[in-house]
Design a protein around this ligand. Structure first.
Ligand SMILES: Nc1ncnc2c1ncn2[C@@H]1O[C@H](COP(=O)(O)OP(=O)(O)OP(=O)(O)O)[C@@H](O)[C@H]1O
Ligand SMILES: [Mg+2]
Length: 477
């Protein structure tokens, strides 16, 4: 067990508990102690138990993020204890510790619900990586459950996730204005969630049992759009062989969602303005005024103010629509939402496609966190759906992600940094790639990589940890 004595020191020293709470169940005092020291130095709060029974009792008394469980225990063995933990604490991850040469047992442990196994003698870095990954999954899952519960209690936003500051503000704003009849203008890049927020506004309003009627105003020629919105009488134009109701009537006492309003013609804009002002309109070709009570929510991914300045959008309509504006930030400006969204879409598509996949590896999450997401949440959703469909095991691994996201073929260069990354982030990204490439070249042998970089091993290790570089397979011997 020679490498157990080598304990890496990191910045999280002296912050016990920050990284997570771990319970070690092992009958050998030496193993308990070395694991405890190793994990405590990494910032974990660690408790130990010498028997399965003592461990189970502690689990009943105290919340843990992870259990490290020895397979061969006196009394009830590790497999029995594992089954017991699984029966009561379905989400609590367990990593089995097995003796060298008992791979079949390790496989059985995984089948019994362990998330991973560690073989004695273990490799410190690998063990720490596995422990961090398991705790990370546990936290992401819990956070999702708690957040969804909180949001559901507060607002009934069942399909919307987010915990970033701007999204929480949006949720509050939605809850505040949902009840009113005020027109809402949703602004945001494509795929940021304008339609899903429009629906939430409707579902949380007193109009929720009336129709929510979306219409993509940007994709229709003027004539068709007008007859769609206002309806027409028989004979209003050559093809009008029967009269037809307009969406304003269909949405009566409900919500009309005017999507992509920026490209609407000026004539149509004038007609919509009239409905907003008078709550009345006429069928095309008709003479009778029709009274409606429709709440309007409009969306655009183009800056309307700019269009007003250019004379392409009516200023008076702009002010009518812009009573309340909700600005949806691009995903790259709220990266803390990414893990939640990933977990949310993963679950959704795993269920839809009947796949056993439950989580994403930290290695695969990393590029998702640093990508610029020009297509925003929709693009992320597509990436996860694709990965789930292609997956066969329980994890989304990095090979299931599309190449463009991994920067393959178009590696980030200093001439082409993402426009909204800070200099610090760009430099970190470049450094991360250079170090990863070298490690790969050296078959993940850190000593060799440090030599080739002409830096002390400790410096390289510090960087690896700070930049969150995962050591894939470490050559031994
Ligand atoms: N916060 C979120 N939580 C969960 N799903 C989201 C969230 N935001 C967006 N989505 C999902 O991402 C996809 C795109 O969202 P949506 O259609 O609302 O975007 P949009 O802003 O209307 O895009 P576009 O401008 O391209 O029409 C949808 O499938 C939506 O369900
Ligand atoms: Mg949309």
């Amino acid at each position: 067990m020679s490498d157990v004595a080598v304990i890496p020191r990191t910045a999280s020293n002296g912050n016990p508990g920050l990284a997570g709470a771990v319970l070690i169940i092992d009958d050998e005092a030496e193993i308990r102690e070395s694991l405890q020291t190793l994990l405590e130095l990494e910032g974990f709060a660690v408790e130990t138990a010498a028997t399965g029974e003592a461990g189970l009792q502690r689990i009943g008394e105290h919340p843990f993020d992870l259990i490290l469980l020895d397979l061969t225990l006196p009394g009830r063995n590790g497999m029995e204890i594992l089954a017991e933990i699984r029966a009561h604490e379905t989400g609590l991850p367990v990593i089995m510790i097995t003796a060298f040469g008992t791979v079949e047992n390790a496989v059985r442990a995984m089948q019994g619900g362990a998330v991973n196994f560690v073989q004695k003698p273990w490799d410190n870095e690998k063990l720490l990586a596995d422990v961090r990954a398991a705790v990370g999954w546990r936290r992401a899952e819990e956070e999702n459950v708690q957040l969804k519960r909180a949001l559901k209690q507060r607002y009934n936003f069942e399909n919307i996730v987010g915990k970033s500051e701007p999204m929480l503000k949006i949720f509050d704003l939605v809850a505040q204005v949902a009840n009113s009849r005020s027109t809402v203008l949703l602004q945001g890049e494509s795929g940021t969630g304008k339609e899903i927020i429009a629906k939430a506004l409707h579902l949380n309003s007193p109009r929720h049992d009336r129709p929510f009627v979306p219409v993509n105003t940007g994709s229709m020629p003027t004539d068709l759009l007008e007859s769609t919105l206002f309806g027409h009488v028989k004979g209003a134009f050559t093809s009008a062989i029967a009269s037809k109701k307009g969406l304003f009537e269909i949405a009566d006492r409900g919500t009309l969602f005017l999507d992509e309003i920026a490209t609407m013609s000026l004539e149509t804009q004038a007609k919509i303005l009239r409905v907003l002002q008078d709550r009345r309109f006429m069928h095309l070709g008709g003479v009778q005024e029709i009274q409606v009570d429709v709440r309007i929510i409009a969306a655009t991914n183009i800056d309307l103010r700019q269009l007003v300045r250019e004379g392409r959008f009516r200023e008076d309509l702009f002010y009518r629509l812009n009573v309340i504006t909700i600005e949806l930030p691009p995903l790259r400006q709220r990266r803390e939402d990414i893990p939640l969204l990933v977990q949310f879409f993963l679950k959704k598509y795993a269920e839809e496609n009947d796949r056993p996949v439950r989580r994403i590896t930290p290695e695969a999450l990393r590029p998702l966190m640093s990508y610029s997401w020009p297509g925003n949440v929709r693009e992320l959703e597509n990436v996860i759906e694709r990965a789930v469909v292609l997956s066969s095991g329980s994890d989304i691994t990095i090979d299931l992600l599309p190449d463009n996201l991994l920067g393959r073929g178009s590696a980030l260069t200093l001439h082409d940094p993402p426009t909204d990354a800070s200099l610090f982030e760009i430099v970190e990204d470049v450094e991360r790639r250079i170090i990863s490439d070298m490690l790969e070249k050296c078959n993940w042998n850190q000593t060799e990589a440090a030599e080739r970089f002409k830096v002390p091993l400790s410096t390289l290790n510090q960087k690896i940890r700070r930049l969150n570089i995962e050591i894939k397979k470490k050559s031994r011997g």
